[in-house]
Design a protein around this ligand. Structure first.
Ligand code: URA
Length: 266
């Protein structure tokens, strides 16, 4: 980021402490251990005020090293930090000024299957979680019909902010948010992805092929098989509920590839 006042020295210490404060306010309690930085002369020349000594934990007092976090726990914490970063994102001025809050995801890293939708709607914007409105209730039923629990899958969206009036995300908004989605998927490491609806599929797979031609077969995102199916909102009673059977066909193909049994429909 360019320095806003180029004739004045950057106060690195204040910037770093401010950033740590905002991470801490967002609930981040852990930071990854990075290799030593080569510091700019302004930081090495100007001695910073002495920092208070770190608190002495019982384990440290006893001379014991704390147990390192498991790789899965490290990914969970890195996702927490990414969510805090998303929370402060101002890349799309219209979305940042109209959102109630950002909507990062629901679910833990390391699960087998990740569902990706388009963008939060009004209910998601209000609650801070993806797929909690009418479309979310239908997604829950789809997940249950597949013999899974919602807590066993990861759910997120292409956009982390609600577009006003639920309009389709603009290409610039999808591209602004893409880095967050990519980092999120790299940390979650799902074995399978299910893209919900044409907009999610088009943005994830960077294609203009219509959903009718994409659905029902596997695509690839960085080596991860991606099933494309209709968006649950499209299946609601006032839209095209007759497409539910197509979604079920798509889910059966996905379950077969996952090596999971296909539950009988009740
Ligand atoms: N539609 C989406 O695409 N995502 C949500 O989170 C809710 C509705």
């Amino acid at each position: 980021m360019p320095h806003p006042f180029p004739d004045q020295p950057i106060n690195w210490r204040r910037q770093v402490l401010g950033h740590l404060d905002s991470l801490s306010a967002a609930g981040v309690t852990w930071l990854p251990n990075a290799p030593p930085l080569s510091l700019p002369p302004t930081l090495t020349e100007a001695p910073a005020a002495a920092a208070p000594p770190p608190p002495v934990t019982p384990a440290a007092a006893a001379g014991a090293e704390p147990a390192p976090a498991s790789p899965l726990e490290q990914r969970r914490q890195a996702l927490q930090m990414l969510a805090a970063e998303v929370k402060g994102c101002m890349k799309c001025p219209e979305l940042a000024s109209t959102r109630t809050q950002t909507v990062f995801a629901d679910g833990p890293p390391g699960v087998e299957l990740c569902f990706i939708g388009e963008a939060p709607g009004a209910d998601e914007d209000a609650q801070g979680l993806p797929f909690v409105g009418a479309a979310g209730q239908l997604l829950n039923k789809i997940i249950a019909a597949c013999g899974m629990k919602r807590e066993e899958v990861y759910i997120c969206n292409i956009l982390k902010c609600r577009p006003p009036g639920n309009r389709t995300p603009l290409p610039i908004e999808a591209s602004n948010c893409r880095g967050f989605l990519e980092r999120q998927l790299e940390l979650v490491q799902p074995k399978f992805i299910c893209a919900l609806g044409g907009s999610a599929a088009a943005n994830l797979l960077q294609t203009t092929t219509p959903i009718g031609k994409l659905r029902g077969r596997f695509h690839d995102w960085r080596g991860i098989p991606v099933m494309v199916t209709y968006h649950p909102a499209y299946l609601l009673p006032h839209r095209s509920p007759e497409k539910k059977k197509d979604v079920w066909e798509d889910m059966k193909i996905l379950l077969a590839r996952m090596g999971r049994p296909v539950p009988a429909r009740t």
